[in-house]
Design a protein around this ligand. Structure first.
Ligand code: ADP
Ligand code: MG
Length: 319
């Protein structure tokens, strides 16, 4: 059974299909019915001390950190929380592209540190969700700004905390790949981490190394998102299951995101997946992960065989 947590009543959700509706009867095999295991008509309870400063990291590049930052940030904003997302990927910044905000970034942290602009001028407020703001460290393809490091980023985050209009509920930091200076800088102001991994051995080895480094830095609250999961490959034993991943890394699970072509489409359109109507499966999974992040909750991975005679469909989600 796939557990998803729609934000609205599941019966009005575009993914809901009554078992005996004409729509259901016409289609073979039966469309996926979305079951909600969690409460839906309520707002999540914000847990922990605010602002929650969360770094989205992985070690390996291309596993979905920026995709996760964009979608989780906007999900949090849609839940009514104030969010600042910081693109800490110096030189290879692309969070602005994923959010469709690339034409609105006039100033970056680089200009703040140079004294050329104020913090509020470098913050790009999203027109769709005014409680979401983006902050970029530098212009694309630029080198690490002179004097920029752990201290400077911590200073920026402290300045966000001390803003006149109040501190944001969440500061999400999109970490660059690797474990060098950029990584050390990005994790320095964070109190918690979301480790993004794909179910393959190279990504897992890097994730394991990064977990150790985060713990050395004093970040004990580490949760993981397993991205690009394919049930067909798990079933054919060509891909590690989420249970295997969890056993290997021993981290609480924040979310499981399926491989979904909609992610690539939304990346290229600069329109985050969670804003799609009807919501894509990966978008719902990101929303669910955001919900858990707010409540400092985690999920259990379970392997369930659903209706084996009809469809032999294996699932990997839990409640
Ligand atoms: P990172 O920031 O870790 O380098 P990105 O978020 O930029 O990774 O993602 C790398 C590529 O993988 C992008 O082209 C993105 O569209 C794609 N991608 C990420 N997650 C998924 C997914 N669940 N399904 C399909 N494609 C994905
Ligand atoms: Mg990235």
């Amino acid at each position: 059974m796939i557990s998803l947590q729609p934000l609205t009543n599941p019966k009005t959700s575009p993914l809901y299909c009554h078992p005996f509706s004409p729509k259901t009867l016409k289609k073979k095999p039966r469309p996926l019915t979305v079951h909600s295991l969690l409460q839906y008509n309520r707002k999540p309870q914000l847990s922990g001390e605010t602002p929650r400063v969360v770094v989205i990291t992985s070690g390996k590049g291309g596993v979905g950190k920026t995709t996760t930052t964009a979608n989780v940030s906007l999900s949090l904003a849609r839940l009514g929380l104030s969010v600042v997302a910081i693109d800490a990927d110096v030189g290879l910044r692309n969070l602005d592209l994923l959010l469709g905000l690339e034409n609105r970034v006039n100033y970056t942290v680089f200009e703040i540190l140079n004294g050329d602009c104020r913090l509020d001028q470098a913050l790009v407020r999203d027109k769709r969700w005014s409680n979401f703001e983006l902050l970029c460290i530098s212009k694309p393809r630029s080198k690490l700004p002179l004097g920029f490091g752990a201290k400077a980023l911590t200073w920026i985050v402290d300045a966000l905390k001390g803003r006149e209009e109040g501190a944001p509920d969440f500061v999400l930091i999109d970490c660059p790949a690797g474990i060098d200076a950029g990584f050390i800088t990005a994790i320095s102001p964070a109190n918690e981490a979301v480790l993004v991994t794909t179910p393959d051995i190279t990504s897992l080895r890097d994730a394991d190394r990064v977990t150790g480094l985060l713990e050395c830095d004093g970040i004990r609250d580490i949760k993981m998102i397993v991205n690009r999961v394919r049930t067909d490959m798990i079933k054919g034993e060509d891909m590690m299951s989420v249970l295997d991943v969890q056993e290997m890394l021993g981290l609480p699970l924040l979310g499981v995101i399926p491989e979904d072509t909609e992610v690539i489409r939304s990346t290229n359109r600069g329109y985050p997946l969670v804003l799609n109507k009807p919501p894509a499966l990966a978008g719902l999974a990101f929303e669910q992960a955001a919900w858990r992040l707010v409540e400092q909750d985690s999920m259990k991975a379970v392997m369930v065989e659903e209706e084996p005679k009809k469809r032999g469909f294996f699932s990997f989600f839990g409640g």
